[in-house]
Design a protein around this ligand. Structure first.
Ligand SMILES: Nc1ncnc2c1ncn2[C@@H]1O[C@H](COP(=O)(O)OP(=O)(O)OP(=O)(O)O)[C@@H](O)[C@H]1O
Length: 903
């Protein structure tokens, strides 16, 4: 996104973080802090020396540094048309925010005949095209340089969920964020000067502690165990990844939290050592680097380097916040691991990330559910026989969890609880920042509620002078998160007005601090601190140490041992001091010179008084200017508001007129009502007529009315009877007796009912059995019916066969008759032939029916006869054959008739 070239009117100082454009003002108003600008002028009058002391290495004032980073749209956001030009970057230090189209904010502004564009200024604004390297160079690089030089620095991210905080902090494998880059830069700068002996270590309440040989061994063992754990986790991730063969870099653990494994498993590829990020260091001092990593999850602090057991009932150890001797908070019992190069540091970061609470939410697939704090402590050591620690500096990098609206994330259960805790702690951070700003801008001290959350409690040290603070604000440009983004920007506008003043007893003072006893040091520091802060109108309120802090008493065993170690070193220093003292005693100053010095002091005193007077006058002038500016500004605003009020008034009058017209219309309509009443009456009448025609309904209605009167009458009678009842107790006793009787009857009836029921059950059983039998019989009946049907069909077949046979019989009978006739004819012919052949010698024998006897084959005539008369023999044979045939036919006929009879 290219910053548009917009011409602005000369900046007008304003305490308002928001510039509202009215119709007559086309351009947005630039916002600058009145106080800041005047302070600049004030300091410049004081001379170049004061300017150089006031401005830090980044070239800005003591205010909190706030950098804004705008995240590019994701593919999903582009698809959902989230790009509505809500965010624009007019120049490198400001951002313009406009409500999305059709939003309520947009409609409201349109109603007021203007458009609301809000402008916010930052130390630097980084657009969506900014690379990780550009971002690092433009923001954190200078802070890392300061850290290497011995300053304490706190860097924390702020923004809504999914705005790119973790991406900015940690980055990805190919696109590393500020943390790995910081480590790279640190180790590039101290290359070849890393102090590996591990015999001095940062300690909870002291800046550092000397370790005995046994303690060094324990430290080495601890480091090895952490490195071993990294290897183990790395192996398990690799095997997990290869088993699942998934592209995703996150996996979900038992609690539904996801663990990032990307950096850990690819850490071997991490070594880059870019020579660009490097600070040239003077001297021969060596550096010892120690890191710790913890998280604040659901208001509990956990060490992320504490080895987690595989046991599912394992409960992580919660750590507590404690105060050190300077009144700064630190996490008690947090592990510090010595690191020799950036790879080790990044591996430790990745190991901690693995154990950090990260989970899937609707808005971010790997959303941080806790605030994580990665702290680096750098010990500058003069490597001699007895190593001497010259400086101790701290770089705290906090990746805060993002604020989230539950309506958007739709979180439930554990996620909802986490959201609640995240939002609460961020809200308290906002409250603290607000209170700090208010206190610093007014003389009245205000209570800063640092103690209301673990996060603010931890951060308090930096807001109380431990070191400079830098805030990275991450926002996304999507229209749907406009409201949340606006809130973040408003918070940032307030945050950058907070003064962060480094206390003078910074780590550089460690060697001289060690010359005093611990309690003395604490007293001096606190006194100096309070003086320093009072002179600069410090706004923080002293802590209430009654709360859950664990104040360092320095009396425990461990401490006493350490104290002994420290005493040894102090002795050396004290001896040196004594030597110096002897030399000082020998120094002789001449009286003239002494007098000159006194005069000089006097002169300086008067100069100082004059300077103070001038400054007071200057302040007066500035105040007048500020007051005038304010008066002008407020007059302008008053004018604007008056004009707006006029417009609103006109608008309201128009609306009132419209409403009066509407009411008048209504009144007119109401005045026409009598006519409408008549119409209604007519309508009623017609409906009555219709009802009258509807006779049955009418009848029903009448009968119901009758019923009703009857019921009423009955009720009246009952009431009269009740009233006329003479003696109610008698009736009650009678009724009770009756009730008893009825109860007895009821019990008898119930018994009978039981009997009947049992009988009924028995009958039912019988019935069911009978039903079963009936079903069986039914089945048999149906099978019999089937058989009968088969038989009937057979009978039908047989009958048709009989009919056919009868036809045959009648046919054969007819044929028989024919044969008989033929036989008779042949007989007659034979008789005639015989008669003619025998010549009447023998009288004809009685004629026997050939049918009666089965005719022989030879027939009735002998062979002799056949021999005698061959012709008659043939005719005889024929006759015999005919007779046999006839006989067979008769037999068949009789058999058939018998068969039919039988059937
Ligand atoms: N500058 C950027 N360029 C490209 N992608 C980015 C950028 N910033 C963020 N992202 C992507 O946006 C997504 C959300 O980012 P990230 O997880 O860092 O958000 P977050 O603010 O840390 O969220 P949460 O508070 O829920 O942990 C990630 O997929 C990340 O890769």
């Amino acid at each position: 996104m290219k910053p548009a070239e917009v011409k602005y009117p000369p900046p007008r100082p304003s305490y308002l973080g928001v510039a509202i454009t009215y119709p007559e003002r086309d351009e947005p108003q630039p916002i600058d802090d009145l106080r800041t600008n005047l302070a600049d002028k004030f300091l410049s009058l004081g001379g170049s020396e004061s300017e150089s002391t006031q401005k830090d290495s980044l070239g800005s004032q003591d205010h909190m540094q706030v950098y804004l980073r705008v995240r590019p749209f994701t593919a999903g956001e582009t698809e959902q048309k989230e790009a509505q030009d809500c965010i624009s970057i007019p120049d490198s230090s400001s951002v313009l925010v406009k409500p999305p189209h059709n939003s309520q904010a947009c409609r409201l502004s349109e109603k007021a005949n203007g458009s609301v564009a809000q402008k916010f200024t930052f130390t630097h604004v980084f657009g969506p095209d900014t690379t990780q390297a550009q971002f690092f160079d433009g923001t954190i690089k200078q802070h890392v340089i300061d850290f290497i030089k011995g300053q304490n620095r706190l860097i924390f991210t702020y923004g809504v969920t999914n705005a790119g905080k973790t991406f900015t902090f940690q980055g990805t494998k190919d696109n590393e964020g500020i943390l790995p880059r910081s480590m790279d830069m640190l180790f590039n700068s101290i290359q070849g000067r890393v102090y590996n002996k591990m015999d001095v270590k940062p300690h909870r309440c002291k800046d550092y502690v000397r370790l005995t040989k046994e303690q060094v061994k324990a430290e080495v063992a601890l480091k090895n165990s952490v490195l071993r754990q990294i290897k183990e986790v790395d192996c398990s991730i690799r095997s997990n990844n290869s088993r699942n063969c998934q592209d995703t870099t996150d996996f979900i653990n038992d609690e539904g939290l996801t663990n990032s494994s990307s950096i850990l498993s690819d850490m071997d590829d991490h070594l880059r050592h870019s020579e660009e990020s490097k600070l040239a260091l003077d001297g021969s001092a060596k550096f010892s680097v120690w890191v710790s990593f913890c998280e604040i999850y659901n208001e509990c602090i956990y060490d992320l380097l504490d080895p987690i057991s595989g046991d599912k009932f394992y409960k992580r150890k919660t750590l507590r916040l404690a105060l050190d001797l300077k009144g700064y908070s630190f996490v008690k019992d947090l592990q510090w691991i010595e690191v020799s190069d950036s790879t080790e540091a990044c591996k430790i970061l990745a190991l901690g990330k693995k154990f950090q609470s990260i989970a899937y939410t609707k808005l971010n697939s790997s959303s941080s559910r806790s605030h994580s704090i990665f702290t680096v402590r750098l010990l500058k050591i003069e490597d001699s026989d007895i190593p001497r620690v010259l400086k101790v500096s701290e770089l705290a990098l906090c990746d805060l969890a993002g604020s989230e609206r539950c309506t958007k994330t739709q979180n439930e259960g554990e996620r909802l609880k986490e959201s609640g805790n995240i939002n609460t702690s961020l809200l308290i951070l906002g409250k603290c920042i607000n209170a700090l700003k208010t206190s610093q801008q007014s003389k009245a001290q205000q209570h800063v509620p640092f103690r209301e959350s673990k996060l603010t409690h931890y951060l308090q040290s930096f807001f109380s002078g431990k070191g400079k603070v830098c805030m990275i604000v991450n926002i996304c440009q999507s229209a749907s998160s406009y409201d949340e983004t606006l809130n973040v920007l408003k918070f940032s506008a307030v945050a950058q007005k907070v003064l962060i003043l480094e206390s003078c007893q910074n780590s550089e003072a460690v060697p001289c601090v060690q010359k005093k006893s611990a309690r003395e040091v604490s007293f001096i520091i606190n006194n100096a601190d309070s003086k320093h802060w009072n002179s600069r109108k410090r706004a923080t309120v002293q802590w209430d140490s009654r709360l859950e802090d664990v104040p360092e008493d320095g009396n425990d065993e461990e401490d006493s041992e350490e104290e002994e170690c420290l005493d040894c070193t102090y002795q050396d220093d004290e001896e040196e001091e004594e030597d110096d003292g002897v030399q000082e005693d020998e120094l002789v100053i001449k009286k003239d010179a002494y007098q000159k010095l006194l005069d000089l002091i006097e002169d300086l005193k008067t100069k100082l008084v004059n300077e103070k007077k001038d400054k007071l006058l200057m302040e007066l002038k500035i105040r007048e200017e500020v007051a005038k500016e304010f008066t002008d500004h407020f007059m302008q605003r008053e004018k604007d508001f008056n004009e707006r009020l006029e417009k609103e008034k006109e608008l309201m009058e128009d609306r009132c007129d419209e409403r009066i017209e509407i009411f008048q219309d209504l009144v007119r309509k109401c005045s026409k009502d009598p006519d409408e009443g008549e119409e209604a009456e007519n309508r009623d009448r017609t409906t009555d007529q219709v009802e009258q025609t509807d006779a049955p309904i009418d009848g029903l209605y009448i009968s119901m009315q009758n019923d009703l009167t009857a019921i009423k009458k009955q009720a009246m009678d009952a009431q009269v009877q009740i009233i006329s009842i003479p003696d109610v107790p008698d009736i009650i006793s009678k009724m009770e007796q009756k009730l008893k009787q009825i109860s007895c009857d009821l019990s008898k009836t119930q018994e009978e009912l039981k009997k009947k029921s049992s009988q009924l059950e028995f009958q039912n059983e019988k019935c069911s059995r009978a039903t079963v039998q009936l079903e069986e019989a039914d089945r048999k009946l149906s099978s019999h019916k089937q058989q009968i049907d088969q038989l009937v069909s057979m009978i039908e077949q047989k009958e048709s066969a009989i009919d056919r046979l009868k036809d045959l019989v009648s046919h054969w009978e007819a044929k028989c008759e024919d044969y008989e006739k033929t036989v008779n004819g042949i007989k007659g012919e034979m008789i005639k032939v015989n008669n003619s052949a025998a010549g009447r010698k023998r009288p004809p024998e009685d004629h026997q029916d050939p049918v009666e006897q089965p005719p022989s084959k030879k027939g009735i005539c002998s062979e002799q006869q056949s021999m005698k008369n061959p012709f008659s023999y043939v005719s005889m044979q024929r006759q015999n054959a005919a007779n046999r045939k006839l006989y067979r036919l008769k037999r068949r006929k009789s058999a058939t008739s018998n068969d039919v009879k039988w059937r």
